[in-house]
Ligand binder design. Sequence first.
Ligand code: AMP
Ligand code: ZN
Ligand code: FE
Ligand code: FE
Length: 275
Amino acid sequence: MRADLHVHTTASDGTESPEQVVALASAMGLGCLAIADHDTLEGIGPAVQEGRRRKLEVLPAIELGTEHRGQEIHMLGYLVDLSSRQLLSELAYFRRTRLERVTGMVNRLNGLGFPIVRERVLEIAGGGSVGRPHIARALVETGRVGSVEEAFELYIGDGRPGFVPRYKYSPAKAVRLIRSAGGVPVLAHPGLAPADELIPALIPEGLQGIEVYHPSHTPQVSDYYLSLCRRLRLLATGGSDYHGAANKKHNCLGAYTVSGRVVDEIKHLAGKNRG
Ligand code: AMP
Ligand code: ZN
Ligand code: FE
Ligand code: FE
């Protein structure tokens, strides 16, 4: 059984619904998917339901964006309790700050002469966790920006004139929030923003794994993090970071997977965390 443990849906910035992603995974013969949307659990319910119909296991997960010394560090949380009060209240806070930040970015972009409106950005986000990819699509719709990539490069990438930072946790705080909800914290794609000094420091906070297999990792990078996992006794996970076939980030669903043994380990750790 192969499991893809990092998948996004329209609940955040993926372009396919939870049902569509599960149907695709099932058609590909995958046995398990973790739905890990940015700052939201909304995609999980529909994915689990579709998974039941298709005999595909869906693991609830989340991906939290954090910041460490100016670098963006992502933290995955597997098998978080979907009814955790603390987690739900923090996610509601993230959603509010994301909405305020859209207002700020739209104002800046209006100031730069782009006729985009906040309502359209929210419509593109479809009620999900709203972020820069949705603003980028609204910019492309005006016909004055050629592509989502160009939007990031010129206007909304970090430090560009339309950019407004969003509220972010520290990695340690994200680890603690995930553990407070009984979940298994896993450092996402460390090859994208190397902060290796952070890893030993996060273990006492409750870090339990590293995402070793990811499209941004060369085989050498994966080997390096695999040996680090062995040395530090952390779980090695992996996933495709799929954002939909229509997304500019054209990661392929199922291109990075792990075995059922890793899924069992995650369940075992989550059981211990709650025990
Ligand atoms: P946000 O969380 O709203 O700041 O948006 C960050 C998201 O934007 C990331 O998770 C990526 O999916 C996307 N993103 C960041 N940089 C780029 C880029 N250069 N081109 C396309 N998408 C990007
Ligand atoms: Zn994303
Ligand atoms: Fe990420
Ligand atoms: Fe991701």
